[in-house]
Structure formats: structure tokens, C-alpha cells
Design a protein around this ligand. Sequence first.
Ligand SMILES: NC(=O)c1ccc[n+]([C@@H]2O[C@H](COP(=O)([O-])OP(=O)(O)OC[C@H]3O[C@@H](n4cnc5c(N)ncnc54)[C@H](O)[C@@H]3O)[C@@H](O)[C@H]2O)c1
Length: 427
Amino acid sequence: MNDDTWRNDVTMLDTPPTEAQAPSRPSDDRVGIWLVGARGSIGTTVAVGLHVIANELAAPTGCTTAGDEFVGVPLPRFADLVLGGHDISSTPLSTRAHQLAEAGMIPPRLVSAARAGLEQAEAEIRPGYDPAGHHGPQAEAVRRLAADISGFRERHGLRTVVVVDVTSTEPLPDDRPEFHDRDLLAAVLADADGAPLPASAITALAAIESGSAYACFTPSAGLTLPAIHALADERGIAFAGQDGKTGETLLRTAIAPMFVARGMHVHSWAGANLLGGGDGATLADPEAVRSKLASKTRGLRSLVGEHVVAPLHIDNVPDLGDIKTAWDHIHAEGFLGSRITMQTIWSAYDSMLAAPLILDIARLLALAEEAGVRGVVPELGFFFKDPWGSDVHDFSKQAAELYAWAHATGEGVAAATAARRSEALGR
Ligand SMILES: NC(=O)c1ccc[n+]([C@@H]2O[C@H](COP(=O)([O-])OP(=O)(O)OC[C@H]3O[C@@H](n4cnc5c(N)ncnc54)[C@H](O)[C@@H]3O)[C@@H](O)[C@H]2O)c1
């Protein structure tokens, strides 16, 4: 790695950078994170976390991109990230943050310390697309949302904006011809009376229309609809998804390769999830939970084989709030048919697992945009249950691919920056 390195923020906290080591990005090199679902549990946790990390009131523990593996990669600094977003809820961010503090999730002193950050983010939240209250063609909604994102970029002089969908999980839509055909899609968007497209598709279209990078943290349809995917490719935005890999699935994709590598045969992998909060309430709907159950088992099947018996339950337990508990029972067969069982219990505040990933994804997609990467970024599959553009689910392989991609992409960006500088000096 070259010595004129960009330093990640962990080392900056640990040892103040010297002149020679200090990142030399221009101060106007700011990047926007536009959270769709900005007032939700994840959105609020990101707003508090970003403010306290950027102001060095807390270390970026849990952020992959702040680790040693990313030293030398020219990522935007946390202090260069600016928050905005859409939501259909009108509960202010500060109220949500206090609720999450009272529930024991975010330390109250950090919520108090983040007051200014919450106010700044609040000022950049615009009404989202609410399917229940929308009248007229959906194309108008796409234009309005895209204009909100473009306005955010212009107001803050942002180099790039990364749109991240963190809205409530939607039911999976039944397949329709317009999902596959650009002309039909355009006709449906222009029709005030036709069957509406899912809200996640409107979000993805607004990201494309505004020329922003896009990430889908939910299992909703969004950019997976082929006609919208084709539009994103044509427009040349960088994108990644889908459905954040934060808890039980993270554990599964780390452990499952071990059984396989030791030649064991996994018969069954049963799981039960208990959670409350907004996500728990949404997933109590049997239609909404279908998309989540599908994305959670796909990775497991690809790792241990399609034969695996993998019953999975997600139950809403409102008093648990944002604490998610996941029990897994694994039954495998070893030497001469011997029985092996393993049981795991994972318990954590779900949004505290998700928020650092949002910051990581935004920093990495900003890097991709700066490097001119277009289309899906498969290496960001590391962050997702259902990685787009990749069939790699094995966590350690995903980590190796991510590190290699970040360094190669970062080297390209650093070389281009150096060339621009020497050209400017020569003028
Ligand atoms: N560890 C995790 O927390 C985790 C992991 C993977 C995926 N996810 C997914 O992330 C999403 C968000 O999780 P959460 O816990 O923050 O949920 P939440 O219910 O607390 O927040 C969702 C927010 O989205 C808003 N919203 C709903 N529809 C909208 C629309 N059309 N436009 C704009 N805003 C809209 C809601 O008002 C709410 O503020 C869920 O889909 C969840 O499945 C979470």
C-alpha cells in the first residue's frame, strides 16, 4: 500500500494525523446520504450516530469501513457526510431519538449531544411518497421526489448523493408485464388510474431520475423490477442491495461454510426471530413477512444445499422494542453418521447493527461513483442478505472481495486525483 495513505477514521481517533498523513481531500468534497424512511428506527439511529462520530464524541465501532482493512482507501470522511431524506411519518427525529433512548437503545447522553445534528437532518427531511394519500400519475411523485434529492445536492454543494431505502418492508407484488417492459412501465407511471407500482419502485425511480447512487436495505421490490434495473444501468448510477445482513443471517453465513468445509452434512437449520419496534409491527403482516423470509433463507440454501430443511419464524413481540432475538437450531451429520447439533442465540438492538452499515454503504457507493463505477456493485453484497450481482454468501469470501474491490477502486481514484493535482500545478 502506498504511504501517502488516506487514513480511516478509527486511526484518526486513535492517533491525530500528522501533516504528512492528513487526508488531503478538499473541504467541499461532501457526500449526501438521502434516507428514504429517515424518521424510522434505522434513520434516527444513523442521524444520532453520524453526528457523534463526525464530531469525535464516539468511535465508529461497528463500521466496517473504519477498520484497518480500509486504511489507504480514499473514502469520504464521516464529517463530510450530510443527511437528508423522505418519510411519510411526521414524528420529528428528536422525538424518535428520545423514544429510542427511553427504550434503552441509544445512550441518552449521545441523543443530547446530537441535538444539532438531529436539527440539521430534520431540516432536510421532505414528505415521502405515500401510496395511501397519493392522487394523480405516479410519474409526478417520481419527479417530486427526484427534485427533492437534486435540491439537497445543490443546497449543500454535494459531490454525490447516495439514496438508501430504509422504509418499512413491503409485501412482494405479483408479477406484472410493466415490471419487464420500459414502455409499459412509462405508460403505467403516466396513468393516474392504473394499478400503482409499489412505493419502493417509486423510490428507486426517483434515485435514478436524480442521478444518485442507490442502495436497497429492505427486501422490497424496488430496483429488482427488471425494467427499473435496466433504467438504472442505462443511467449509469452505481447501486447495491438487498436487505441488510445484520444479525441472524450474518451469523449463518459465517458459520455455515464451516460445516461445509469440514465435510459435514447439514440436515436442518431452524430459526425463530422475536422482535418489536416498527419493523416487528410491519412483519406481523403475513404478506410483508414473505419477502423477509425469502431473503433470509436464500443464502443458507446456497451455502449448505437446497436439501436443507429450514423452517423460519418471525414473531412480533411489541414489548421487546428494537431488541431482536434470534434462535437457531442446526442439525448436522458427521463421521459415520454421527449426530451434531448446534444452537445459537443472537440478541442485539437491530437498528444499532444496521446504522453503521448504512454509513459504510454510503461511503463505499460514494467511492464507486467517484471512480466512475456504473451499475451494480457486487462486492457490496457483503452487507446484504440477498446480494445483487453475486451468488457469494460466504461471509469471509465476501469480506475478502470487498477489501480487494475497495483498494483497487481507491487506487484508481487516488491516481486520478494525483494526476489532476499535478496538472493544476503545471498550469
Ligand atoms: N437490522 C435491521 O434493523 C434491518 C436489517 C435488514 C433490513 N432492515 C429493513 O430496514 C427497514 C427499516 O427498518 P426500521 O427498523 O428502521 O423500520 P421502521 O418501521 O422503524 O422505519 C421505517 C420508516 O419508513 C417510513 N416509511 C414507510 N413507507 C414510506 C414511504 N413510502 N416513503 C418514505 N418513508 C416511508 C416509516 O414512516 C418509518 O419512519 C425495514 O424494511 C427492515 O426490514 C432492517
